[in-house]
Design a protein around this ligand. Structure first.
Ligand code: APR
Length: 234
């Protein structure tokens, strides 16, 4: 049967690839003040500090490889398509591990770490290396405005119209490796329920939103996601 599946992933799907989550013990936001490194105000106050934070994250990403959860989601995309359905893969992650595992058309609602954006005109370009503080923007000429193409707190997530259209057109909503604490993504499960779409959570442990899901599967994503995908495609 053709099935349209909407998968939302969060930092937990990349945890086993060595990219830390945000709110777990030892997570990024337990080590850094997010108001300093992940807000437009923080960038205005101290751009060098913000660039150094994201340069370190870019360096981590360069050495990271996809794990079995990423590969399983790529298999799911191919398997659903072969059956006349589709996978809409929406991620809050700014890494490129879904793509490295073979997924296509990944919707990065919080942007992409290896892309640089001009803070003045919003022009973007692929650029995985250190952010160049001095470079003038090739599009508008502004100097000192290079920032990562990452949605900061207080900014509007990307592709929201496309995301809600896809959700409306889905038979199943699955959240994988996300704490369910950052909106609007944390509200997708409520929207899905309102549309009478079946919902499933896959996480290491119950998320903040756990009770909103019809089905819940707990354990490391690298183990649970491949088993879940096999079951769905069987
Ligand atoms: N397998 C499955 N889930 C895991 C694993 C794992 N190996 N490791 C951790 N998790 C779970 C955690 O238990 C937690 O519930 O993944 C979740 C990660 O939650 P967060 O760290 O809050 O990450 P996320 O939900 O993606 O954060 C959302 O917040 O800071 C912003 O923009 C940033 O996109 C991010 C957003």
């Amino acid at each position: 049967m053709a099935l349209n599946v909407f998968v939302l992933t969060g930092a937990g799907v990349s945890a086993e690839s060595g990219l830390g989550a945000f709110r777990d013990e030892g997570g990024v936001w337990t080590q850094y003040d997010l108001s300093e490194v992940a807000t437009p105000e923080g960038f205005a106050r101290d751009p060098a500090k913000v660039r150094a934070f994201y340069d370190a994250r870019r360096a981590n990403l360069a050495g990271a490889a996809p794990n079995p959860a990423h590969f399983a989601l790529a298999r799911l995309q191919a398997g659903l398509a072969a059956r006349g359905g589709r996978l809409f893969l929406c991620t809050q992650n700014v890494d490129d591990l879904h793509e490295k595992a073979g997924s296509t058309n990944v919707v990065h609602m919080h942007g992409e770490l290896a892309v640089t954006r001009c803070h003045a005109c919003e022009a973007t370009r692929p650029d995985p290396g250190p952010l160049d503080a001095g470079a003038a923007c090739a599009a508008c000429g502004a100097g000192g405005m290079a920032r990562p193409h990452v949605v900061w707190f207080g900014e509007v997530p990307l592709f929201m119209d496309e995301i809600f259209d896809a959700l409306e057109d889905s038979d199943l909503f699955v959240a994988i490796g996300t704490s369910g604490s950052v909106y609007p993504a944390a509200g997708f499960v409520t929207e899905a329920r309102r549309m009478r779409i079946r919902t499933c959570e896959i996480n290491l442990a119950p998320s903040d939103n756990a009770r909103a899901f019809d089905e819940r599967l707990y354990g490391p994503a690298g183990e649970v996601v491949p088993a879940w995908v096999e079951g769905l495609l069987a």
